[in-house]
Ligand binder design. Sequence first.
Ligand SMILES: Cc1cc2nc3c(=O)[nH]c(=O)nc-3n(C[C@H](O)[C@H](O)[C@H](O)COP(=O)(O)OP(=O)(O)OC[C@H]3O[C@@H](n4cnc5c(N)ncnc54)[C@H](O)[C@@H]3O)c2cc1C
Length: 340
Amino acid sequence: MTDPRRNAQATTPGRALIARLPAVRGRLTPDAPLQDLCWFRTGGPADVLFEPADAADLAQFIRQLDRDVPVTVLGLGSNVLVRDGGIAGVVVRLGARFRPVAVDGCRVEAGAGASGMQVATAARTAGLAGFEFLRGVPGTVGGAVAMNAGAYGQDTSDVLVEVQGVTPEGHLVRRAKAEIGFGYRQAPGAADLIVTAAVFEGRADDPGAIQDRMDRIAAEREASQPLRTRTTGSTFKNPPGDRRAWELIDRAGCRGLTRGHAQVSEKHCNFLINRESRASAADLEALGEEVRRRVAETFGVTLDWEIRRLGRPAPAVPPAHAPDNGPGSDPDTDQRGDRP
Ligand SMILES: Cc1cc2nc3c(=O)[nH]c(=O)nc-3n(C[C@H](O)[C@H](O)[C@H](O)COP(=O)(O)OP(=O)(O)OC[C@H]3O[C@@H](n4cnc5c(N)ncnc54)[C@H](O)[C@@H]3O)c2cc1C
């Protein structure tokens, strides 16, 4: 006789997929929740989460993986919105083996799983300037390369020498900065890679002066950003020219706008926040789209998402009975936040 519960378990997307995946030395987890791995603390699971033992394990896995299985990389999840239906296929996350940071002369070699803070601190200790901005970017080296993360007039490409990574065919390669063609928050020549490490170059300076600059960055961030909320930093890129996304959002009347538990931050209105960790990814995304709509209507400017939205929406659940919402009773109706 067939046990229907066992059948149901066997047919989760993750369990169905994991049976088809190559053997690895690292860890494969089916139906892995991602909420705790992302700053927004919302969204659905990965069909399978893969934490490779090292770069060779990752390369071999990709080489042997069926081409029809999608692969997504996650760093510290500080710039992603994972949709409520989760991420199809395999999500790769680089663990402790990808976190070493070594300084040699003016060069810093860092694993792609190392945090920006780790790199900035190691460079400061070695008396290397140029990495201070990473003090305020709460992601990994892999994420910083993929996003060409930056702040205070500097970005990752300014200090990068080369990246190492795994191609979609499973080859370990090195690419020099010139091959990557970095732009504002983009790294087109590395977009096909799972970055495993990067080499940077700084310039000699006094560690005390470097620390002062890092402290100033920390203080400025504390004053201007909602750091202790569930957020992913700037939601939209600044449009071309000298206009700032936050200013357009503010002047379009979106500061404090809410949808469910999603809110445009009162403190920094290019940040979306997940209040009380109760917003769905759908609410956050719809709120972002509403902001784009209002800015386009007011200024004729189309804001581009800086946040990477990943995965699939939650499957639609048919209502048990017809909704009886009267006019104005739609719980999703946008409204201003807590301001008087
Ligand atoms: C409070 C706050 C402040 C922020 N301030 C800034 C800022 O000043 N400047 C700025 O630029 N950003 C800022 N951010 C956004 C974010 O920290 C950066 O974009 C960061 O570089 C993302 O790194 P991550 O490891 O979290 O990547 P994730 O958010 O996990 O991923 C972002 C993208 O990078 C890709 N990716 C991640 N790792 C790899 C890898 N190893 N190989 C290939 N692709 C990879 C992902 O697939 C995804 O497309 C801020 C975020 C927060 C929450």
